[in-house]
Design a protein around this ligand. Sequence first.
Ligand code: XMP
Length: 325
Amino acid sequence: MSDVRPIELKRIDNKEKANDFINNSVKEIQKEVGNQKVLLALSGGVDSLVCAALLSKAIGKNLVCVHVNHGLLRLNESNLVIKAFKEKIGANLIYVDASDRFLDKLSGVSEPETKRKIIGKEFIEVFAEEARKLDDIKFLGQGTIYPDILESKGIKAHHNVGGLPDDLKFKLIEPIKFLYKDEVRQIGLALDLPKEMVFRQPFPGPGLGVRCVGAITRERLEIVRLTDAILREEFLNYKLNEKFWQYFTVVPDYKSVGVKDGKRTEEYFVVIRAINSVDATIATCPEIPYDILTKIRDRMLKEVEGINRVLVDISPKPPATIEWE
Ligand code: XMP
């Protein structure tokens, strides 16, 4: 099948067009898959959820989803994904908590691309192990979207499971591969997926792993996770989530001196990164009102152990990138 968006596919910018797409897509999937089973890796991002919802609408119980928790997800993330899936999609879901396995493999590794490769390789291995336990699977579903095809960078390489071992040969089925992100969101809304899942900010496949700068430790990962949760809560509270495209915290592997209860401390610092962008190729840093920033700072310093400073990164892309590694 060609990798060029068909000219007859009109931009999906309203519910009616979304419903048309859904009806056509369901028919196409049914025609292609028939009574066979489809396996799908469910990361919990909007692409994989929409893909799961479409496949489930088309083939029901013949869809088998696997959600791998690599231990680098945000606070409570797996629970949210599972809840949304159970309430709105309802096909078979296999949950694998592989956190320890990933964190053990990543222990002591500080080079960013090596970290990414380890996460990618481990993901494929965990997924392959689950796939081998299942019988009669002929198809592999993937939530590839059009920018993934256009981007030569292939940043999704690690969570698209294209590189499965030779004994696992599946036919690929990619129902949203010609859609842009905003169109995927329209489809998600038309499929009645929860708004907070449909409008989630982009989240990198290697997750908090690339925000726990340097070698990942459980201690710093917890700091990233808790400060990220506070930041997201307050951004939602003050509706800043509508003004920023991506916002998160970063915790480098470096301690600075501070003072607590009259005693000198050496603790980590947290960096707040909040950017605006259209497609991640360039990014700006709109102002975060100072009173909101200080509230966020106070909460982080009070509620999260092991930190003594909160910094704000105001660097646009370029010359910075959005993520720190
Ligand atoms: P950068 O840091 O290159 O990020 O400005 C651009 C966008 O891509 C996301 N990103 C990733 N997404 N796997 C992903 O799936 C990755 O390894 C990865 N690295 C960066 C980043 O969050 C931003 O939206």
